[in-house]
Structure formats: C-alpha cells, structure tokens
Ligand binder design. Sequence first.
Ligand code: HEM
Length: 547
Amino acid sequence: MFYDKVVTELRELGVRHVLLALLVYLIVATVWLNYFRQPRCPKSIPHVGQDPHGWLSPIRGFGKRLEWAKEGYEKYNKHNRTFVLSRTPGSPNDLVLPRSQLAWFVEQPDSVLSTTAAHYRMLAGAYAFQDHRVMTEVYQEHVVHKLLQRNVKSMLPDLWDEITIVLDEQLGTEPGVWRDVKLWNMVSNTMPRIAHMMFVGRPVCRIPEYLKAVAGHALGVASCMWFRDMTPAALVPLVARLAALPNWIFWRRTAKYTLPMVRRQLADMERKLREPEWEWQPPNNFWTWYIRVALEEGRLDQLDPVLMTKRLMPLNFASIHTSTLTALSLILDLVSSDPKRGYLDAIRSEVAQVLREHGTLCSKEALAKLHKTDSAVRESIRLSNFAQTLLHKEVVAPEGLTNEAEGWHAPKGTLLCFASGCIHHDPDVYDSPWEYDPFRFSRAQEEQEARSDGERKVFRKHQGSIVTTGDSYLAFGHGKHACPGRFFAAYVMKMLLACLVINYEIKPLERRPLYEWFGMVMIPPTGTSIQVRRKGKRKGRKEKGCI
Ligand code: HEM
C-alpha cells in the first residue's frame, strides 16, 4: 500500500525532479559534511597543501600529498613545529607533529588520543570489515599484544620448515640450475602463507583457495579505503559499502576453513578443561592464544566462533601487505647493491658461522646472533617503508587536546601523525639517507662495543635490532601501540634471508627497480625477475637432518 503510494507520487513528480532533488541533497550534504562537520584545525598551525577552503582542493591534492608532506617536514617539522597536511575528500586534515613531540604524543592516554579510533577511520572500519566490532573493540589486537611475543619462540622450528618448503616450491630444488623467478610472485606466495602459519597453522595455511581469499580481503580493504578517501563525504556510506562487497565473499571463503577449525578448537579446549587428564595439547596458534586470553579474562562474549573468524581479517590486513612489501624490498635492496661490496657474502658467512655454532637457525638464541642479517632487514625497512606517515591517532576527548609546548589546541576528531618517511630520509638523522647501507645498525653496535664508556653515549643514535622503535625509527610505530607483530616479522625476515643465502645463489641486478607512490602508500615494482640457483642439499636445521 505504502509502496504503491510512493511509486505513484514519484511518477507524478517525474524522473527529472527526482534527479534534481538528489543532486541538491548531494551538494548540501557534501558541503555540510565536508566543511561544517570536519574538525577545524587550529589557525595558528601552518597549512601545507592547497587552499584549505578551496572546493576542489581535496580532490586535486591526492597525488600531491607526498610532496606536501616533504615540504611541511622541511619547513616546519625540522624546526620543531607541527603543520596541517591537506586532506582528501572523504577524510579530515592530518596534523603532522615534529619528532620532538613524540614522547608527549605517546604518553597521552587512549581516552584522549586513540589509535583504535584512527585505525577505524583510516581503514574504513565501518565498511571494509564484516562486523564493525572488530575495529571498534579490537580484542584480536589485545590478544596479539599479550601473547604473540611470548609464544612465537616455540613456533620457530615450524616456521623455518614452512619457509624452506615454500622456497623449494617457489625457487626449485634442482641444484645448479638457474631459474628465472618473478620476485613479486615469490614473495606474495610466501609471506601470507607464513603469517597464516602463525594464525591458523597447517594444513589451512597451505590451501590455495584460502590464501587467495585472505590476499583478496587485504587488497579489498585497501581499495575500500581508497574509495572512501576519494568520495565526497555524503556518498561515502553508499560507495564504500559497494566497494566492500567483495570482502564479504572473501571472508566467507576464509570462514569455510576457519569456522570449523575454531569450533573444533573451542570444543577441544573446553573438553581439556573438563578432563585435564585427556591427552591432547592445544596447537600453538592464534586461536589457542585467543581462547586462553578470553577464558582468563572471563570474556565469553568474545568466543563466538563467527566473530572470531571475522576478527582474523584485521590481523590479516596488518600482516600480509607489510610483510610482503618488506620481503620484496629486502631482496631487491640486497641483489641490486654493488656485488663488489660483498653484502650477501658477509651475511652468508655470518649465517654459516651461527649455524656451525648452534647447529640450527631456528632458535631464538641462534637468530639473536645474526647481527648483520638483522641490520640488513632493519635498514631495508628504514629505506623503503610502506607508508609515508605513520602513528596515526585521533583526538577523542570531547574537550580536545592542548599542546602546551607549541601552544595549539586540536578539537575532537582531529587526526595526528608523524612524517615517518621524511624522518627516515633526513640527512640530519641518517648519514647518506638514500643509500642502502645494510650494516648501518650492526656497524654502529660493533663500533660502540669497541669504545670506552664515555664515548658510548654519543654513539647511541643508530643502534637497535629490527624491533627497536624510537624517534628516528618509526617503521613499526612507537609506544604501547607499536606493532605487536614486529617480533614475529623480525624472526621471519631473518629466517627468510638466512635460508636464501645459505641455500641459493642469486645473480645481482644492475639497477634497483623503483617503487611508486599512490597518495601516501607504496606501490611495489611487481614486474622484476631475478635469477636464482639452488646450491645443493638444503641447510639450516640439524634435527631434521637438513645440514
Ligand atoms: C614487516 C612487517 C610489519 C610492519 C612493517 C608493520 C608495521 C606496523 C606499523 C607501522 C604499525 C603501527 C601503525 C600506526 O602507528 O598507526 C603496526 C601496527 C600493528 N601491527 Fe604491524 N607490521 C608488520 C607486521 C605485522 C604482523 C606480522 C602482524 C601480525 C600479528 C602485525 C600486527 C599489527 C597490529 C595488530 C597492529 C596494531 C597495534 C595497535 O594499534 O595497538 N603487524 N604495524
């Protein structure tokens, strides 16, 4: 009845009137949402980018944000001043803080400056994931923060095996035969499988349909973010929902495997609690950590199996793009360095030495001895980080946030961040910052060890292992919301590189293929091939008879 009435009235109005009304709505809502509902950046802070009130500024600005970030960093951040970086149509301006404000920034409580709120906004949390709770109450992150570092060590032998097996598949096993390998295909077939070895374990982490779905979902989040960023605010709910539709399909495909697994694991863990003498050991994977934390904390509401499978998707997004890009850059940086410098040989002899001493490369102690390998990875991440601005936090305190040192006040809803890419390439922070100097960090450590106590302080600047964060190294964030997956990523990258150098020869590339930037995000060179040759019998793990 009601429907018939609406249709009749619309017919009477005519299509042209309806379209006109929609257009008027679009303009009014866009102006309202974009210009009156956005948090106002403090006027005292300099604005870098186009006219902040210009109508088309946000659209024109997408391709220029990187340039503007560099300009703002030079003009303001380097003089300890914050600047406003122009926004895109669907999101607000960013306040980019200088390094000198990092300590103040990370000290702010979550009730004032929220990483979760910033991620919800930036990752299109209302659309790209299958339940908004996975981005508003980030229980999966809580579990990773609490248990990953502690449990990953006992996983190392299995991770090593998986790395060697996947490299066998990707690079071949026949000794002495040179193979042409598409590097992008190699890393994108390797890294998601290794990450999911930790999340779901075998055999699921090897199933091609599953791996295709998790990769599709991660890419789907990125495309949803782009549509949300580039769509006028009034249309975002429609456009972003449409852009997110494929992610429902990808999640369903993953749930085909993860849902039965979660249900079985919940039932088994419940039985183990009831019958402690039952001879069953829970597998060391993310689901076990998750169930343990939820039980310990009495959060039975978090043990809904469907919700658990949805909670895996933000972790999938956080881990697979980052690790895949890191592995790609690392191999490219090393194989395109001048062979006369002998970087790969130095890493190879370090790995061989540790293997001789420890008989394995998959223990925490052995991996801790790989200083040069560690430094080569850290340096590659410094040089080619996947994003230009990081450490986003949103002001969530209703009264806003005041920075006494600089004398500004940011209202609720403002996004704050750091120009990590500029910091990593600042000649005042790193000597020859555009050069890939793989032993930059291990050399500093070796040199410091050789110095007297008095001199050591001066030398503190470029130390640290892959996981160390600080105001000159922001690739994993900093503070209590620094990447909790970095401990896993560091082990995996070192094992991957160690496995490559002891088992394969790689022909050097003449030139380092360059990456492009799409807005503030890195687009990797996907077309590069490398020539690889298996050396002989696989090495790396004595107890499996591999040496
Ligand atoms: C080389 C690989 C990786 C890089 C470069 C990386 C980088 C980062 C960065 C920069 C952040 C902080 C973002 C910000 O400040 O806004 C972050 C957060 C996070 N990462 Fe990673 N990540 C990597 C691997 C992983 C892996 C393997 C996991 C798997 C569990 C993971 C899980 C997370 C989570 C859960 C957060 C959010 C932490 C929080 O907000 O409290 N990451 N990562």
